[in-house]
Design a binder for this molecule. Sequence first.
Ligand code: FMN
Length: 232
Amino acid sequence: MEHRQDRKRKILLIYFSFSSQTNNLVQAIVNGLEESDIEIVLERLVPVKPLHFPIGTISGTLWLMLLTSCRYRLPIKPLSRRCFEDYDLIVLAGPTWSYNPSGPVLSLFDRDGERLFRGEHVLPLISCRGYWRMHWWGLRRLLKKCGAVVVNLIVFSHPNPEPWRTIGVFLKLAGKNPERRPWIAKMYHKYGHTREQLDEARRFGQMIGRELAQHGARNIKSLDFNTKLARP
Ligand SMILES: Cc1cc2nc3c(=O)[nH]c(=O)nc-3n(C[C@H](O)[C@H](O)[C@H](O)COP(=O)(O)O)c2cc1C
C-alpha cells in the first residue's frame, strides 16, 4: 500500500472568485508553491447560472447584497473527480459576501462538504475589502462540522482607507468605475489587491510549499500569514 510519505505531497486549491481578486491571489500562491516539489491541483467553482462582473446597476448590486446577507446559496456545477482524491492540504479560497462565505462556497458545503473535507487539513483563504471576522468564524464552524482540521488562516484585505474602500467597492460592483470618477479617484486609485499584496501571496505560497514538502500539513499552523501587507 502507498503511504502518504512515499509519494509527492499533494495540495488542492479550491476557490470561487467573482471579480478576479481571489483568483489573482490563488495564482500568486500557486507561483510560490511551484518552487517546491509538490503536486498542485486547482479547482475553480463555477456557478450553474453565469454571474457577470460588474453587476452593472446600483439596484442589481443592492439586490445581490440583500440576497447574500441571507446566506443565499448559488448553485455550482459538479466538481471534477480529482477533488475527491487524497490530499495533504486543501486551500479553500473565496471572497467575503455580506460578512459570510460567498453563495458558491455555501453551496459547496451543502453538497460536497462532508465528502470533500472530512479528515482533511484545510487552510482557508479570504479575500475581502476588510470585514472578514464573521466570515472566518462561520467558515471555521462549517469546516469543523464537516470534520476538517483547520490549520491556519490567510486573509487579504483591500488596502484603501475608509470610507473610500466601501464606496469604491460598491461603485465598482455597480459598474461605475470609481477610479475614473474625479470626485473619488484621488482617494481611490484601484479596486482590489495591489501588486505588493500579490507578491506577498506568492511568498506565502513559497512558505506553504517548503513546509508541506518537508513536514506535511502538521506545522502549517506555525506559519505567520498575519502580515501588514496582507491585512493593512
Ligand atoms: C455581494 C458582495 C458582498 C460583499 N460583502 C463584503 C463584506 O461583507 N465584507 C468585505 O470585506 N467585503 C465584501 N465584499 C467585497 C469582496 O469581498 C471583495 O471585493 C473581494 O476582494 C472580492 O473577491 P473576488 O474578486 O474573488 O470575488 C462584497 C462583495 C460582493 C460582491
